[in-house]
Ligand binder design. Structure first.
Ligand code: ZN
Length: 223
């Protein structure tokens, strides 16, 4: 938990750093989204996760988003803000979420909340969810960031997260991720097909942000 919180702090700074001075009207790395949309989404995500913190603290069921449509509409609206206002909003919402997390009483960290995908998780997961958002969308801004910038242990956590997701969804491919720069491997399903590359390359690929290593299947975008 302390490690995840440190990744979150560093990731929040990373996102702000990748954003600083960027032309927001430029395309992002995400299809159909300018950088404006990425910033709007990251700001809206901070608020949405803030609703999960509220839920954990009070037991009052406040979901991340009213609906997928409401989520998308909010991104479109916020993306119209003037660049300075949008950047300010991203910073302010990140700080508000940090304060809300810091104020969550210890026993409430095990309270169950529900992700936008409908999965029940303890409140501790909120920190990790936000971690993924700020780091990965920091790369999506397309201002020079790559997965090589991520803390190595967080790259490993991403590989664990995605292979766990494949397991839960009954991944038919049955892959073993065998990073050249790690002593560990990550298996899903039968693990029959081994995929090699650096851990950062594999993490980019499994989250739909990087090319498939030789012989590996394409993976859809995640988050
Ligand atoms: Zn996202």
């Amino acid at each position: 938990m302390a490690e995840t919180t440190a990744w979150l702090e560093a990731g929040t700074a990373y996102f702000a750093g990748r954003l600083a001075g960027a032309d927001l009207d430029h395309d992002s790395a995400l299809p159909g989204w300018t950088r404006r949309h990425v910033v709007a989404h990251v700001a809206a995500n901070a608020r949405a996760l803030g609703r999960l913190v509220h839920w954990a603290r009070t037991g009052d069921e406040t979901p991340m988003y009213a609906s997928r449509r409401a989520r998308d509409d909010e991104i479109e609206e916020l993306a119209k803000l003037a660049p300075a206002a949008l950047t300010e909003l991203a910073g302010r919402t990140a700080a508000e979420l940090r304060d809300a997390l810091a104020a969550l009483p210890a026993p409430r960290w095990q309270a169950r909340v529900r992700t936008a995908q409908g999965r029940e998780v303890p409140a501790t997961e909120i920190v990790w969810m936000r971690c993924r958002e700020v780091w990965i969308h920091g790369v999506d801004l397309a201002t020079g960031g790559t997965y090589d910038d991520f803390p190595p242990a967080m790259v490993d956590a991403l590989l664990t997260d995605v292979t766990g997701l494949w397991e839960r969804d009954g991944d038919p491919a049955g892959l073993t991720l065998a990073p050249d720069d790690r002593d560990t491997v990550w298996r899903a399903g039968s693990g029959a097909a081994e995929v090699r590359g650096s851990a950062a390359e594999l993490a980019a690929w499994v989250t739909g942000r990087g090319p498939a290593p030789h012989g590996a299947p394409e993976i859809g975008r995640w988050l």
